[in-house]
Design a protein around this ligand. Structure first.
Ligand code: MEV
Length: 327
């Protein structure tokens, strides 16, 4: 078959990181930083090239079959998509290991491209095809992260905004949500942060479980606020929705601190935003990585001042609008 080109967005979790691992609700939005993948036929090997992270690897088909068996692929409910000699080239605008879904966007691109190149996505079956791509991407995430909830591969597949609970995602109407994406430049491990929360919960279940329930409630209220913002026609309704969104963000950050997944670099970021009248929280697994500042109805000058303050303190800042399209 010929060349296949696909892309998937990164993601921002608005509410529900960590609690989603315990079956609580989460809401995430697509990010307009994307990963692009080109897959083309090759002679007799499978090669993977990720120039942005300096990875380039080639396997013979024989080696690949052995690897597949070792990973339990033979027992997969669906047959293996990786069967032919192929070369995959991946380019990404997403920083890795930072909480913006770089691994999920990669997984979505790879499963989507392989399913496409093998003719295993049916024309005219939009949602069913995406579900297939999402399922395969989830298996990839399981290999990378251990016990992912599935929210990352879901938002990177479907894009827009998703309401995610118990492994199922439903689309949420996307309002014009402008945020500052702030890079703390502090590296961290999602796996280690997830274990940290698990251990804290094991030590103090009666204290941690209500926090997880509160995070669930915040996601639910957050979805309502997004809906209110998307459907607001009067300025006062828009303002009220923005205020609610900002307050929910503030509460959420407090609870994530209580779970032990913030970091001094994130706490400083939140305080700097607050000093400019804006609300911020970590996004993704925390422990460094990225934070988001919701702009709400802040004026251009206030936002610019906040950006400058953050940059002066060594953060890298992008202004972006959330809700980018999916795979
Ligand atoms: C990572 O983006 C979000 C976490 O909740 C992990 C997961 O849901 O798989 C920390």
């Amino acid at each position: 078959s010929g060349e296949v080109r696909v892309s998937a967005p990164g993601k921002v979790i608005l509410h529900g990181e960590h609690s989603v691992v315990y079956g609580k609700r989460a809401v995430a939005l697509g990010l307009d930083l994307r990963t692009h993948l080109t897959v083309s036929a090759a002679a007799d090997s499978v090669s993977l090239c990720l120039p942005d992270v300096d990875i380039s690897k080639t396997w013979s088909l024989e080696e690949l079959r052995a690897l597949w068996k070792q990973m339990g692929g033979a027992q997969a409910p669906d047959a293996a998509p990786l069967a032919d000699a192929q070369a995959a080239l991946l380019r990404s605008q997403l920083p890795t290991g930072a909480g913006l879904g770089s691994s999920a966007a990669y997984a979505v691109c790879l499963s989507g491209a392989l399913l496409t190149s093998q003719g295993r996505l049916d024309p005219g079956e939009g949602r069913a095809n995406l579900e297939k791509v999402c399922r395969w991407a989830f298996r990839s995430e399981q290999i990378i992260h251990g016990t992912p909830s599935g929210i990352d591969n879901s938002i990177c597949t479907y894009g827009g905004a998703v309401n995610f609970k118990g492994g199922a995602s439903t689309p949420v109407e996307v309002p014009p949500l402008q945020v500052l994406l702030v890079n703390t430049k502090v590296p961290r491990s999602t796996k280690a942060l997830i274990s940290g929360v698990r251990e804290r919960r094991e030590r103090h279940p009666s204290a941690i479980d209500p926090i997880l329930d509160s995070l669930d409630a915040l996601a639910e209220r957050g979805i309502q606020a997004l809906h209110d913002l998307a459907s607001a026609t009067r300025d006062q309704d828009r303002a009220a929705a923005h205020e609610t969104i900002a307050e929910l963000i503030e509460i959420n950050q407090g609870l994530l601190c209580a779970l032990g997944v913030s970091h001094p670099s994130l706490d400083r970021l939140v305080a700097l935003a607050q000093a400019n009248g804006l609300r911020a929280k970590l996004t993704g697994a925390g422990g460094g990585g990225f934070g988001i500042v919701v702009e709400g109805l802040a004026g251009k000058e206030d936002v610019a001042k906040c950006c400058l303050d953050l940059e002066t303190h060594g953060y890298q800042v992008w202004r972006t609008r959330l809700g980018a399209p999916g795979f």
